[in-house]
Design a protein around this ligand. Structure first.
Ligand SMILES: [Fe+2]
Length: 375
Protein backbone atom coordinates (compact mmCIF):
# COMPACT_ATOMS: atom_id res chain seq x y z
CA UNK A 1 0.00 0.00 0.00
CA UNK A 2 1.55 3.36 -0.95
CA UNK A 3 1.72 5.89 1.95
CA UNK A 4 -1.35 8.11 2.22
CA UNK A 5 -1.55 11.53 3.86
CA UNK A 6 -3.70 11.48 6.96
CA UNK A 7 -6.83 13.57 7.05
CA UNK A 8 -9.46 14.38 9.64
CA UNK A 9 -12.72 12.49 10.02
CA UNK A 10 -15.52 13.97 7.93
CA UNK A 11 -17.84 16.33 9.79
CA UNK A 12 -20.92 17.51 7.92
CA UNK A 13 -22.81 20.80 8.10
CA UNK A 14 -25.87 18.79 9.20
CA UNK A 15 -23.99 17.42 12.20
CA UNK A 16 -22.49 20.78 13.09
CA UNK A 17 -25.79 22.71 13.10
CA UNK A 18 -27.15 20.37 15.80
CA UNK A 19 -25.06 22.27 18.35
CA UNK A 20 -27.13 24.82 20.28
CA UNK A 21 -24.61 27.67 20.06
CA UNK A 22 -21.80 28.76 17.78
CA UNK A 23 -19.36 28.36 20.68
CA UNK A 24 -20.34 24.72 21.21
CA UNK A 25 -20.25 24.11 17.46
CA UNK A 26 -16.69 25.46 17.38
CA UNK A 27 -15.77 23.21 20.27
CA UNK A 28 -17.19 20.22 18.34
CA UNK A 29 -15.16 21.29 15.32
CA UNK A 30 -12.01 21.54 17.45
CA UNK A 31 -12.48 17.91 18.47
CA UNK A 32 -12.40 16.86 14.83
CA UNK A 33 -9.75 19.36 13.77
CA UNK A 34 -7.64 18.63 16.84
CA UNK A 35 -4.35 20.37 16.12
CA UNK A 36 -2.59 18.35 18.83
CA UNK A 37 -2.94 15.42 16.42
CA UNK A 38 -2.02 17.37 13.29
CA UNK A 39 1.07 15.87 11.66
CA UNK A 40 2.92 19.19 11.92
CA UNK A 41 2.54 19.49 15.68
CA UNK A 42 3.19 15.80 16.23
CA UNK A 43 6.38 16.32 14.25
CA UNK A 44 7.29 19.61 15.98
CA UNK A 45 7.01 17.99 19.42
CA UNK A 46 8.77 14.76 18.47
CA UNK A 47 12.05 14.21 20.39
CA UNK A 48 13.93 13.59 17.12
CA UNK A 49 12.93 16.96 15.65
CA UNK A 50 15.84 19.38 15.83
CA UNK A 51 15.76 23.12 16.36
CA UNK A 52 17.25 23.73 12.91
CA UNK A 53 14.45 21.70 11.29
CA UNK A 54 11.86 23.52 13.38
CA UNK A 55 13.36 26.91 12.46
CA UNK A 56 13.15 26.08 8.78
CA UNK A 57 9.54 24.88 9.03
CA UNK A 58 8.49 28.06 10.85
CA UNK A 59 10.43 30.46 8.64
CA UNK A 60 7.60 31.01 6.12
CA UNK A 61 4.74 31.30 8.62
CA UNK A 62 5.07 35.11 8.91
CA UNK A 63 3.51 35.35 5.44
CA UNK A 64 0.25 33.94 6.75
CA UNK A 65 0.35 36.28 9.75
CA UNK A 66 0.87 39.28 7.47
CA UNK A 67 -2.18 38.47 5.34
CA UNK A 68 -4.55 37.06 7.97
CA UNK A 69 -5.20 40.66 9.01
CA UNK A 70 -6.53 41.36 5.49
CA UNK A 71 -9.16 38.61 5.83
CA UNK A 72 -10.12 40.11 9.17
CA UNK A 73 -10.36 43.56 7.61
CA UNK A 74 -12.60 42.12 4.87
CA UNK A 75 -15.03 40.88 7.54
CA UNK A 76 -14.95 44.31 9.18
CA UNK A 77 -15.72 45.96 5.84
CA UNK A 78 -18.76 43.72 5.35
CA UNK A 79 -20.37 44.67 8.66
CA UNK A 80 -22.86 47.46 7.96
CA UNK A 81 -23.51 49.26 11.24
CA UNK A 82 -20.58 51.25 12.63
CA UNK A 83 -21.54 50.33 16.19
CA UNK A 84 -21.39 46.59 15.43
CA UNK A 85 -17.97 47.02 13.81
CA UNK A 86 -16.68 48.83 16.88
CA UNK A 87 -18.08 46.24 19.27
CA UNK A 88 -16.90 43.14 17.44
CA UNK A 89 -13.96 43.03 15.04
CA UNK A 90 -12.51 46.54 15.04
CA UNK A 91 -10.14 46.08 18.02
CA UNK A 92 -8.87 42.80 16.55
CA UNK A 93 -8.09 44.51 13.22
CA UNK A 94 -6.40 47.41 15.00
CA UNK A 95 -4.36 45.06 17.17
CA UNK A 96 -3.22 43.01 14.17
CA UNK A 97 -1.94 46.28 12.69
CA UNK A 98 -0.20 47.26 15.94
CA UNK A 99 -2.57 50.23 16.34
CA UNK A 100 -0.54 51.83 13.58
CA UNK A 101 2.86 51.13 15.15
CA UNK A 102 4.96 48.87 12.98
CA UNK A 103 6.78 47.09 15.82
CA UNK A 104 3.53 46.16 17.55
CA UNK A 105 1.89 44.62 14.48
CA UNK A 106 1.50 40.88 14.64
CA UNK A 107 3.49 40.63 11.45
CA UNK A 108 6.44 42.39 13.16
CA UNK A 109 6.14 40.32 16.35
CA UNK A 110 6.05 37.10 14.34
CA UNK A 111 9.24 38.16 12.54
CA UNK A 112 10.96 39.07 15.80
CA UNK A 113 9.94 35.68 17.22
CA UNK A 114 11.62 33.96 14.24
CA UNK A 115 14.79 35.98 14.72
CA UNK A 116 14.79 35.29 18.47
CA UNK A 117 14.78 31.53 17.90
CA UNK A 118 17.65 31.96 15.44
CA UNK A 119 15.98 31.56 12.05
CA UNK A 120 18.41 32.46 9.29
CA UNK A 121 17.60 35.74 7.49
CA UNK A 122 17.94 34.00 4.13
CA UNK A 123 15.17 31.58 5.11
CA UNK A 124 12.93 34.45 6.19
CA UNK A 125 13.59 36.32 2.95
CA UNK A 126 12.42 33.39 0.77
CA UNK A 127 9.47 34.06 -1.51
CA UNK A 128 6.25 32.71 -0.02
CA UNK A 129 5.63 29.27 -1.58
CA UNK A 130 2.31 28.51 -3.28
CA UNK A 131 1.45 25.88 -0.67
CA UNK A 132 1.16 28.70 1.89
CA UNK A 133 -0.07 31.71 -0.09
CA UNK A 134 -3.00 29.70 -1.40
CA UNK A 135 -4.27 29.52 2.20
CA UNK A 136 -4.34 33.21 3.03
CA UNK A 137 -5.53 34.20 -0.44
CA UNK A 138 -8.43 31.72 -0.07
CA UNK A 139 -9.39 33.23 3.27
CA UNK A 140 -9.25 36.79 1.96
CA UNK A 141 -11.35 35.95 -1.09
CA UNK A 142 -13.88 34.05 1.04
CA UNK A 143 -14.28 36.88 3.52
CA UNK A 144 -14.67 39.44 0.74
CA UNK A 145 -17.36 37.44 -1.04
CA UNK A 146 -19.36 36.03 1.87
CA UNK A 147 -21.60 38.00 4.22
CA UNK A 148 -19.85 39.14 7.41
CA UNK A 149 -21.37 36.45 9.66
CA UNK A 150 -20.01 33.67 7.43
CA UNK A 151 -16.51 35.09 7.02
CA UNK A 152 -16.47 35.85 10.76
CA UNK A 153 -17.37 32.22 11.53
CA UNK A 154 -14.43 31.00 9.39
CA UNK A 155 -12.01 33.31 11.19
CA UNK A 156 -13.50 32.61 14.65
CA UNK A 157 -12.56 28.95 14.29
CA UNK A 158 -9.00 30.02 13.53
CA UNK A 159 -8.78 32.32 16.56
CA UNK A 160 -10.36 29.67 18.81
CA UNK A 161 -8.05 26.84 17.79
CA UNK A 162 -5.01 29.13 17.72
CA UNK A 163 -5.26 29.27 21.53
CA UNK A 164 -4.23 25.60 21.68
CA UNK A 165 -1.69 25.95 18.87
CA UNK A 166 0.03 28.94 20.46
CA UNK A 167 0.11 27.19 23.84
CA UNK A 168 1.54 24.00 22.33
CA UNK A 169 4.31 25.85 20.51
CA UNK A 170 5.20 28.02 23.50
CA UNK A 171 5.39 24.98 25.80
CA UNK A 172 7.42 23.04 23.28
CA UNK A 173 9.94 25.83 22.85
CA UNK A 174 10.21 26.22 26.62
CA UNK A 175 10.52 22.50 27.33
CA UNK A 176 13.12 22.00 24.60
CA UNK A 177 15.16 25.07 25.69
CA UNK A 178 14.75 26.46 22.16
CA UNK A 179 13.67 29.96 23.03
CA UNK A 180 13.90 32.48 25.83
CA UNK A 181 10.88 34.32 27.17
CA UNK A 182 11.23 37.03 24.53
CA UNK A 183 11.17 34.48 21.75
CA UNK A 184 8.01 32.90 23.05
CA UNK A 185 6.23 36.19 23.54
CA UNK A 186 4.52 35.99 20.18
CA UNK A 187 2.87 32.69 21.06
CA UNK A 188 2.29 33.40 24.78
CA UNK A 189 0.58 36.62 23.82
CA UNK A 190 -1.71 34.86 21.35
CA UNK A 191 -2.72 32.19 23.83
CA UNK A 192 -4.04 35.03 26.00
CA UNK A 193 -5.75 37.35 23.53
CA UNK A 194 -7.24 34.97 21.01
CA UNK A 195 -10.18 34.08 23.24
CA UNK A 196 -11.21 37.76 23.05
CA UNK A 197 -10.69 37.77 19.30
CA UNK A 198 -12.81 34.64 18.91
CA UNK A 199 -15.59 36.12 21.06
CA UNK A 200 -15.66 39.29 18.91
CA UNK A 201 -16.07 37.18 15.77
CA UNK A 202 -18.69 34.91 17.36
CA UNK A 203 -20.66 38.05 18.18
CA UNK A 204 -20.93 38.81 14.44
CA UNK A 205 -22.35 35.34 13.70
CA UNK A 206 -24.38 34.39 16.76
CA UNK A 207 -27.60 36.12 15.71
CA UNK A 208 -27.58 34.17 12.44
CA UNK A 209 -27.03 30.90 14.34
CA UNK A 210 -30.60 31.29 15.65
CA UNK A 211 -32.22 30.84 12.23
CA UNK A 212 -32.01 27.49 10.48
CA UNK A 213 -30.97 28.60 6.97
CA UNK A 214 -28.40 31.08 8.27
CA UNK A 215 -27.06 28.52 10.67
CA UNK A 216 -26.21 26.13 7.84
CA UNK A 217 -24.32 28.87 5.96
CA UNK A 218 -22.43 29.83 9.12
CA UNK A 219 -21.54 26.18 9.73
CA UNK A 220 -20.17 26.02 6.17
CA UNK A 221 -18.02 29.04 6.99
CA UNK A 222 -16.73 27.34 10.11
CA UNK A 223 -15.79 24.21 8.18
CA UNK A 224 -14.16 26.32 5.49
CA UNK A 225 -12.06 28.12 8.11
CA UNK A 226 -11.07 24.88 9.85
CA UNK A 227 -10.05 23.19 6.63
CA UNK A 228 -7.97 26.14 5.36
CA UNK A 229 -6.33 26.55 8.75
CA UNK A 230 -5.49 22.83 8.85
CA UNK A 231 -3.82 23.14 5.46
CA UNK A 232 -1.70 26.08 6.68
CA UNK A 233 0.18 23.65 8.93
CA UNK A 234 0.36 21.04 6.24
CA UNK A 235 2.19 23.72 4.25
CA UNK A 236 4.72 24.04 7.09
CA UNK A 237 5.45 20.31 7.24
CA UNK A 238 9.06 19.47 6.36
CA UNK A 239 7.78 16.85 3.96
CA UNK A 240 9.85 15.08 1.35
CA UNK A 241 9.78 17.05 -1.85
CA UNK A 242 8.54 15.22 -4.93
CA UNK A 243 11.23 15.87 -7.55
CA UNK A 244 9.94 17.51 -10.74
CA UNK A 245 9.64 15.21 -13.75
CA UNK A 246 12.31 15.58 -16.43
CA UNK A 247 9.72 16.53 -19.03
CA UNK A 248 6.05 17.38 -19.33
CA UNK A 249 4.40 14.61 -21.34
CA UNK A 250 1.25 16.70 -21.96
CA UNK A 251 2.90 19.47 -23.99
CA UNK A 252 3.61 17.26 -27.05
CA UNK A 253 -0.18 16.77 -27.41
CA UNK A 254 -0.37 20.44 -28.39
CA UNK A 255 2.10 19.97 -31.23
CA UNK A 256 1.77 18.63 -34.82
CA UNK A 257 2.44 14.97 -33.80
CA UNK A 258 -0.22 14.95 -31.08
CA UNK A 259 -1.66 11.56 -32.03
CA UNK A 260 1.73 9.88 -31.87
CA UNK A 261 2.21 11.09 -28.30
CA UNK A 262 -1.20 10.19 -26.90
CA UNK A 263 -0.06 6.90 -25.46
CA UNK A 264 2.90 8.48 -23.68
CA UNK A 265 0.95 10.92 -21.53
CA UNK A 266 1.16 8.60 -18.53
CA UNK A 267 3.19 5.53 -17.72
CA UNK A 268 1.21 2.31 -17.71
CA UNK A 269 2.93 -0.06 -15.31
CA UNK A 270 0.57 -2.98 -16.02
CA UNK A 271 -0.62 -2.87 -19.65
CA UNK A 272 -2.96 -5.56 -20.97
CA UNK A 273 -1.34 -8.28 -23.05
CA UNK A 274 -3.13 -9.05 -26.32
CA UNK A 275 -3.84 -12.65 -27.24
CA UNK A 276 -6.42 -15.04 -28.61
CA UNK A 277 -6.33 -17.82 -26.05
CA UNK A 278 -9.04 -20.46 -26.14
CA UNK A 279 -10.22 -20.99 -22.54
CA UNK A 280 -13.05 -22.59 -20.58
CA UNK A 281 -15.34 -20.24 -18.69
CA UNK A 282 -17.13 -21.71 -15.74
CA UNK A 283 -20.14 -20.02 -14.14
CA UNK A 284 -22.73 -21.44 -11.73
CA UNK A 285 -21.71 -25.06 -12.42
CA UNK A 286 -21.94 -24.71 -16.23
CA UNK A 287 -18.96 -24.51 -18.59
CA UNK A 288 -18.61 -22.86 -21.96
CA UNK A 289 -15.86 -22.10 -24.44
CA UNK A 290 -14.53 -18.56 -24.64
CA UNK A 291 -11.54 -16.67 -26.02
CA UNK A 292 -9.32 -14.43 -23.91
CA UNK A 293 -8.35 -11.38 -25.95
CA UNK A 294 -6.49 -9.39 -23.29
CA UNK A 295 -4.93 -10.36 -19.97
CA UNK A 296 -2.61 -9.17 -17.19
CA UNK A 297 -2.11 -9.67 -13.44
CA UNK A 298 -5.39 -7.91 -12.63
CA UNK A 299 -7.79 -9.72 -14.92
CA UNK A 300 -8.77 -10.56 -18.47
CA UNK A 301 -11.19 -9.67 -21.21
CA UNK A 302 -12.80 -12.53 -23.04
CA UNK A 303 -15.24 -13.05 -25.88
CA UNK A 304 -18.18 -15.30 -25.08
CA UNK A 305 -21.83 -15.61 -26.10
CA UNK A 306 -22.73 -15.62 -22.38
CA UNK A 307 -24.19 -12.49 -20.79
CA UNK A 308 -23.52 -12.69 -17.07
CA UNK A 309 -24.63 -10.26 -14.35
CA UNK A 310 -22.08 -7.80 -12.99
CA UNK A 311 -20.10 -9.05 -10.00
CA UNK A 312 -20.95 -12.67 -10.69
CA UNK A 313 -18.22 -15.14 -9.74
CA UNK A 314 -16.57 -17.00 -12.59
CA UNK A 315 -13.58 -19.24 -13.16
CA UNK A 316 -11.37 -18.97 -16.21
CA UNK A 317 -9.52 -22.14 -17.07
CA UNK A 318 -6.51 -21.60 -19.33
CA UNK A 319 -5.31 -24.94 -20.73
CA UNK A 320 -1.64 -25.96 -20.90
CA UNK A 321 0.03 -24.01 -23.68
CA UNK A 322 2.90 -25.85 -25.29
CA UNK A 323 4.25 -22.81 -27.11
CA UNK A 324 4.91 -21.09 -23.74
CA UNK A 325 7.26 -23.59 -22.16
CA UNK A 326 7.24 -22.30 -18.58
CA UNK A 327 3.46 -22.13 -18.39
CA UNK A 328 2.90 -25.59 -19.77
CA UNK A 329 0.45 -26.27 -16.99
CA UNK A 330 -3.22 -25.32 -16.91
CA UNK A 331 -4.12 -22.14 -15.02
CA UNK A 332 -7.25 -21.76 -12.93
CA UNK A 333 -8.16 -18.11 -12.34
CA UNK A 334 -11.06 -17.12 -10.10
CA UNK A 335 -12.57 -13.73 -10.75
CA UNK A 336 -15.64 -11.50 -10.91
CA UNK A 337 -17.38 -9.94 -13.89
CA UNK A 338 -16.77 -6.18 -13.76
CA UNK A 339 -18.11 -4.97 -17.13
CA UNK A 340 -19.64 -6.26 -20.38
CA UNK A 341 -17.98 -4.44 -23.26
CA UNK A 342 -19.22 -4.87 -26.81
CA UNK A 343 -16.30 -5.96 -29.00
CA UNK A 344 -16.01 -6.42 -32.74
CA UNK A 345 -15.92 -10.17 -32.03
CA UNK A 346 -19.26 -10.05 -30.31
CA UNK A 347 -20.12 -9.69 -26.65
CA UNK A 348 -17.35 -9.65 -24.10
CA UNK A 349 -16.75 -9.88 -20.39
CA UNK A 350 -14.15 -8.04 -18.36
CA UNK A 351 -13.17 -10.15 -15.37
CA UNK A 352 -11.06 -8.98 -12.46
CA UNK A 353 -8.94 -11.45 -10.50
CA UNK A 354 -9.18 -9.80 -7.06
CA UNK A 355 -7.22 -12.36 -5.06
CA UNK A 356 -4.70 -14.41 -6.98
CA UNK A 357 -2.51 -16.77 -4.97
CA UNK A 358 1.20 -15.97 -5.30
CA UNK A 359 1.95 -19.19 -7.24
CA UNK A 360 -0.75 -18.49 -9.83
CA UNK A 361 0.52 -14.95 -10.08
CA UNK A 362 3.94 -16.17 -11.17
CA UNK A 363 2.50 -18.57 -13.77
CA UNK A 364 0.31 -15.81 -15.11
CA UNK A 365 3.20 -13.36 -15.51
CA UNK A 366 5.19 -15.99 -17.38
CA UNK A 367 2.26 -16.44 -19.72
CA UNK A 368 1.79 -12.67 -20.13
CA UNK A 369 5.48 -12.10 -20.87
CA UNK A 370 5.05 -14.30 -23.95
CA UNK A 371 2.22 -12.13 -25.25
CA UNK A 372 2.40 -8.72 -26.85
CA UNK A 373 1.28 -5.59 -25.03
CA UNK A 374 -1.99 -3.86 -25.85
CA UNK A 375 -1.97 -0.20 -26.77
FE1 LIG B 1 -5.89 36.70 17.24
Amino acid sequence: MPPLCTRVTDLTVTELVKEPSILLATSRLAQVYDFANHQYFVWARHPDTSLSEYRESQSIYWNFVEHFSRALTAVLARIGPMVTRQKTVYSNVAEEHGYGEHDRSHWATSLSYLRAIGVDERLIARECPARLFVTHESLIAYCLVQPAEIGAAALAVIEYTHIKIATMLAHNMFDRFWGDLGAQQHYRFHAEIDSEHALGLFAVSEEGWKTESQRRRIAEGMLFGAQVWWSVFEALLPRDIIPPSKQDSILPLFGPDALAHREQVVDRPYPRHLCALPVTLSYGGAESAATVVGINRFGCQLVTPLTLPLDSEVTVLIPAIDSVAASAAPLTLHGRVRSRPETHDGSGLCIEFPALPAATHEQLSTLCSALRTAS
